[in-house]
Design a binder for this molecule. Structure first.
Ligand code: NAD
Length: 270
């Protein structure tokens, strides 16, 4: 007897870097499948089977240019595309009450507000980082900052490959936010790198530092440095597959949930 299929997902941006990883992962897992795929209307492979393109064998899922054409019968939409497209996808999912997993980054404040207003009308998980490990790190960092208190200095160090164009990473900023909340500090306490006669470190400072080089996928460390002891929390990603696993787990977790916005912290019970 075959295994019960838990996630029947439409993958938007199916030919993108993340989209192709989702297709491979969903096909490889016996409890998930690719119900459909969508690409932008001017994509050269519209109408072709995404399995043939990504895996070298058909999976009976032709790439559509409109989510509406493939969404009926699916129980999840996994969307890692662009802000404009994600607002449109949220609307389709909200109208049809289909669980929606969105990892698109780069929304400005107005887009985010519009997106969240629409997305809350269905069961939605929206996360800037779908790695289960990073989200556990965020929860641990917040708790550690609270429990260790003001006698421990906090420094965050992140490392990424030489091609990354922004610094510090969004995840380092999320960690700063987590420890800031845990300690009751302000964003004015962030200290981005140090150079020259900067003076002694002050108690509330949260140091944030970026290392760049090689092919490092992503490393984040939070140092809590006390007078006679220190605590270090560290996460290392070795592949973008970590995001794929977290997002597919979210799609399964959303099944049967009432409409609303959920976070990875909700799913992980942090
Ligand atoms: P990519 O450019 O390789 O892929 C995006 C895909 O979306 C492309 O194939 C593109 O053709 C498609 N697309 C664009 N407009 C579309 C439309 N209107 N309809 C359907 N498809 C459309 O980018 P990527 O590296 O796969 O990343 C995609 C997004 O996911 C980015 O915003 C990235 O920052 C984000 N991301 C988030 C996480 C996370 O954990 N939240 C992890 C990795 C990437």
């Amino acid at each position: 007897m075959g295994q019960e299929i838990i996630v029947k997902a439409v993958v938007t941006g199916g030919m993108g870097r993340m989209g192709q990883m989702f297709v491979r992962h969903l096909v490889d897992n016996p409890k998930t499948l690719v119900y459909g795929a969508v690409e932008r209307p001017d994509h050269p492979h519209i109408g072709e089977d995404i399995g043939t393109l990504v895996l070298g064998r058909p999976i009976d899922a032709a790439i559509a240019d409109d989510l509406l054409d493939v969404v009926i019968g699916a129980n999840a939409v996994i969307d890692f595309t662009t802000p404009e497209n994600s607002i449109a996808c949220a609307k389709v999912c909200a109208d049809r009450k289909i669980p929606y997993v969105c990892g698109t980054t780069g929304m400005d404040d107005a887009q985010k507000e519009k997106f969240l207003d629409i997305a809350r009308e269905t069961a939605t998980m929206f996360a800037p980082n779908f790695s289960v490990g990073v989200n556990v790190l965020l929860g641990l960092a917040r708790k550690a900052a609270f429990a260790l208190g003001e006698s421990f200095d906090i420094e965050i160090v992140e490392a990424h490959h030489r091609h990354k164009i922004d610094a510090p990473s969004g995840t380092a900023l999320a960690l700063a936010e987590a420890v800031r909340q845990g300690r009751g500090l302000s964003e004015d306490d962030y200290c981005f790198g140090r150079k020259g006669q900067v003076g002694e470190r002050y108690e509330k400072e949260i140091g944030i530092h970026a290392v760049r080089g090689g092919d490092v996928v992503g490393e984040h460390e939070v140092h809590f440095l006390g007078d006679s002891e220190a605590v270090m929390l560290r996460h290392r990603a070795s592949s973008r597959e970590a995001f794929v696993r977290g997002a597919v787990r979210a799609a399964a977790w959303l099944q049967g949930k009432p409409a609303g916005l959920y976070t990875m912290a909700d799913m992980l019970d942090l």
